[in-house]
Design a binder for this molecule. Sequence first.
Ligand code: ADP
Ligand code: ADP
Length: 239
Amino acid sequence: NNIITIKDGVKSYNNSFLALNNINLSIKKGEFVAIIGSSGAGKSTLLRSINAMNPLSSGSVIFNGEDICKVSGGKLRKVRREIGMIFQHYNLIERLSVVQNVLHGRLGYMSDFKGFFELYSENDKTKALNILKRLGLEEHCYKKASELSGGQKQRVGISRALAQNPKLILADEPIASLDPKSSEIVMETLKNICLEDNITCIVNLHQVEFAKNYATRIIGMKNGVIVFDNTPENLTEEI
Ligand code: ADP
Ligand code: ADP
């Protein structure tokens, strides 16, 4: 019941060094994994290799039994729909409403937004509104994304990911731009999703305290290598 297995994962951006240096890793369904390590350790590179936004130079990433390094076209799009992404800077479309942002996640990028809201069924809209309500954003659904606070924007980011019905959520520094209180709310939200919906979460964090408080497993990285992989209770050394 592994959702992700990475075998001999290597990534080089140029010939001089390896951003990922022989990563071997399995993650079980329902785990809440925090990846920690200083800037440049390879956390983002690892996360982006998992949905093939930034494919490995060599090795394999098995998602639900399928090597995503070997799929392309429609099949890759299908795999990517099962993987929700959450970003440090939210990646919302600021001039669209909150609910439009959530619905937009299901369509992917479009060059022309004119009228796209009409493409959605009532069912889609009801579902988006229900997710926003669940995440405490009921009164903000029809505001523009630009009107929200950072913590609210990140919860919209999580709502957009949830609207895809993902099996896995990858969050790249989701709280790095937030104050401590908003950070707690966002981490609590991710933890609840993991527990209640059985969605596996992999979260890059540089704040070790948050990793200790929320994750079920901590993976420490340094110079493209995994240097720690254990439960939060066993984390003692500096990574
Ligand atoms: P982290 O997320 O832990 O800060 P990254 O995965 O962003 O680490 O980066 C790992 C290493 O790879 C760093 O040395 C970084 O400069 C380098 N790197 C990341 N992205 C690129 C890129 N697109 N081109 C070249 N080097 C990159
Ligand atoms: P964020 O602020 O979201 O963590 P970064 O500043 O780490 O983003 O990276 C922004 C973009 O630049 C990413 O696409 C990353 O892959 C790329 N990048 C990071 N480090 C390097 C590098 N050393 N050389 C080239 N591109 C890089």
